[in-house]
Ligand binder design. Structure first.
Ligand SMILES: [Zn+2]
Length: 241
């Protein structure tokens, strides 16, 4: 039985290490995801600027068509001036020409404004592209580091899992079942030290007679309160509790 106890204590040590690696792996994956999201944010920023720029160009093309139409109108009215018969008609045409000219001027101003906005956006796009490039370098660099770290943890975890399999082969299946059940329900420790008659898992005092039995190490006892498996200091792995 003592052999089982030592095997279980070793197994728990390995399981704790596996859990640590699993946590590290999960954190690294989160960091990688975060990095990817950061990069995506810059990428989206650039796309938004480009979309705004497209929108401005569309407006400009429309304004240019409007301007052409107004200029055509002015030309048409000017052509009609030669054929007017009355002063009233003449005045009316002049008024139409003035109005069309004013409208054309307004459109021209709009086009100028759109061109300015376009220039500003082009500048912002350039800046965003530089930022994105810098970010991309950072993401690649950090991504590589994270990947290396991830692979190290995965490899170590794999090695520990092989160790675990070997250990479990030496442990009776009913003990393994009990151990794994405890490990799940107790989140980490299935076996704990009983020191000076006290369970180090839940700190309840163990009945003296049971404690004496535990010390003999020829049967595995569970804590009457937290139900963890108990072992005493004379184990070679006391530092693991
Ligand atoms: Zn306990």
């Amino acid at each position: 039985m003592e052999q089982y106890l030592d095997l279980l204590i070793n197994l728990q040590g390995v399981d704790l290490q596996i859990e640590n690696h699993s946590n590290d792996i999960a954190n690294i994956l989160k960091d990688k995801e975060k990095l990817q999201q950061e990069w995506l944010k810059y990428q989206q920023g650039l796309e938004q600027l480009k979309a705004a720029c497209d929108e401005i160009q569309k407006k400009r093309r429309k304004s240019e068509l409007d301007l052409e139409a107004k200029e055509a109108e002015v030309k048409k009215y000017k052509g009609q001036v030669l054929n007017v018969k009355t002063n009233r008609e003449y005045q009316s045409l002049l008024h139409e020409i003035d109005q069309a000219k004013a409208a054309a001027e307004k459109i021209e101003e709009e086009i100028l404004k759109l061109m300015e906005t376009n220039d500003e956006l082009q500048q912002q796009i350039k800046e965003q592209q530089q930022k994105l490039k810098a970010k991309q370098n950072q993401v690649e660099q950090q991504g590589k580091e994270l990947q290396t770290c991830l692979e190290e943890h995965q490899q170590e975890k794999q090695t520990l899992q092989t160790q675990r399999e070997k250990l479990t082969q030496g442990i009776k299946s009913n003990l393994m079942t009990g151990y794994e059940k405890l490990l799940k329900s107790k989140r980490g420790l299935a076996l704990v030290l009983a020191r000076d008659g006290v369970c180090q898992g839940c700190f309840i005092r163990i009945p003296p007679q049971t404690y004496e039995e535990i010390k003999k190490r020829d049967k595995i006892y569970n804590c009457p309160s937290c139900h963890r498996m108990l072992y005493t200091d004379n184990s070679p792995n006391t530092d693991q509790a």
